[in-house]
Structure formats: C-alpha cells, structure tokens
Design a protein around this ligand. Sequence first.
Ligand code: ZN
Length: 313
Amino acid sequence: MQKLPVAFLTIAVVTSSLAARAERPRAALDESPQAETALIPYMPLFAGPARIYYQQGAQPGLDKRISRSVLMTFHGGTILTANKTMAIFWGASWNTLSFAADVLTGIDSFFSGFGNSNYAGNSTEYTGTNGQVTRSSTYLGHVVDTSAVPSSQLSVSTALAEACKITNNNPDPNALYLIYTSNFPGSVSFCAWHSWGNCSNGAPLQVAYMPNLTGIAGCNISDTWTTHSEGLSALANATAHELSETITDPRNGGWYDSNNGENGDKCGYSFSAPVTLSNGAVFKLQMLWSNAAFNNGTGLPNLSGQNGCVQGQ
Ligand SMILES: [Zn+2]
C-alpha cells in the first residue's frame, strides 16, 4: 500500500475540522467579555440571590434532608397563581438551524403545553398570601437576542438587566423570563438557576439562567423515552425544574424546606415515566415535591428515599 505524503494528511485533517465547525457553529463565536457593558442602562434596582439547580450528585446538604428537612414550609409571601413565561434565546447561533437543532421548537412546545397539564397540577396544592397556584400558564413566546453573550456566567443582575432590556423595562410581574444562552461558560458548575428582582424603574420580575446544556454530563438526563436531542431533553427538564420552583417560590416568600430545598430540588434527578403535556408533547421531566403526597404516603421516592415526589403524567 502506497504511503500518503504527510502534507496531504495534514490538509485532509484541517478540511474535515472546518467542515465540522461549519455544520455546528461554536457558541464561543457569540461571546464577548464586554457584553455586560451594553446592559448598563438596564441594571436592576434590586437583585435576589440565585436558587441553584446543581448537577447530579453535587447538591450540598442532600443527605441531611433524610433526618431533618422533609416538608417544605411557607415563608409568608406570594406565589404565582397564574404564571406567564417568555424564552429569551441569547446568542446569534440560535438563529442557525444546525446549531439550534430541535431546541427552540422543543422549548416552544414545552411552554405551549405546560399550561393546563397534569404536570402543572403538581404545584397546585401550594398557596400564598395572594391565593393558590393553578394550572394556568401563558406562553408569551420566544425572542432571539443576537447581541453578544457574556463569556462568563451570568450574574443575577445581568440576567435581570437582559430581561428588562427585552421587555423595555415593562416586564409582566407574574412572568418568568428564562434566558437560554448559546454558551456554557467554563466557570459554570450547575445546570441552571432562578431568581428575582426589580428593573431600574422598580418593576418586579422573575428570571432564570439556562446555559446551553448540550454535552454537559452532569445535567444529561439519559433520555431514552423520547426522540429529542440530548440537549433539548436536558434543557426541558431544567426548565420544568425552574418554572415549578418559580411558581411556588417566586420571590423567596413561598415554599422551601430548612435546607432551602424547593419543590424541584427535593426531587431532582428522580423520574418515573414520560410526561405528556396538554398539547400532546412528551418529555422526560423530573418529579416534583408534594407535601400532601408525603403526608398521605402516596408519593414516590426522591434520591434521599423520601416518598414525596409526584409526576403528574
Ligand atoms: Zn432548584
């Protein structure tokens, strides 16, 4: 067999690497270390702390919950009785089909079918000073923001400022604005978080930071129940987690246990069956914590063996 010249081999390798890049643009091309400066006019009046959704096996204090932190308690504030959602896809790569794959259409489908679903019904036992959670959820749609994405992880202030920018400082007070960045910065050690705050004019809003989970092992839910891409399955599951927690604890006055575990955290990475939403869309979604199911002995176990998880499928 004739040996190929070294130069030919080099050219072949470079060519195939370029072809792969063209097929799936790297989100790093969307990044800028100066991206936050564009948001200075929208810096929030107030920003809450981040409520972090940890990667698998990384949640601090989880084993302590076995002994001392079973039920969630009410913290004297409001919940979202009828919520709204908006997806903000940040990064120009989201406009490229080969990069976005099934993520945008899949997230649209998730939010469109969440309202009036049995899964949304998992949170309806919880009440706040303003009433009781219902299955009502209105999707305000998605926007793609093609401006540069911060190359480091979003701070709560930056996430709030981005949502205040997109809504022109007029956010819906009952809405969760979920910010799906095209990148997953190297400093990120979690899967997502949610928080709350007020735009510079005082307008209240809730936000979630949803970094791009494609290829992130600690957030991969090993979905063999649907045909969704691995990235969409991980993001839909994280979205269900953050939305459910925002509904039951939008601004820190809602429901969580003595380890700050909210209804998503307490059943993180616990699954029982595929979930069919009200529009027929099917996703693999984690279960959610139900005080009632735990008290009645009708729940399924979380990773600490506490039988308070419900699936609502
Ligand atoms: Zn959480």
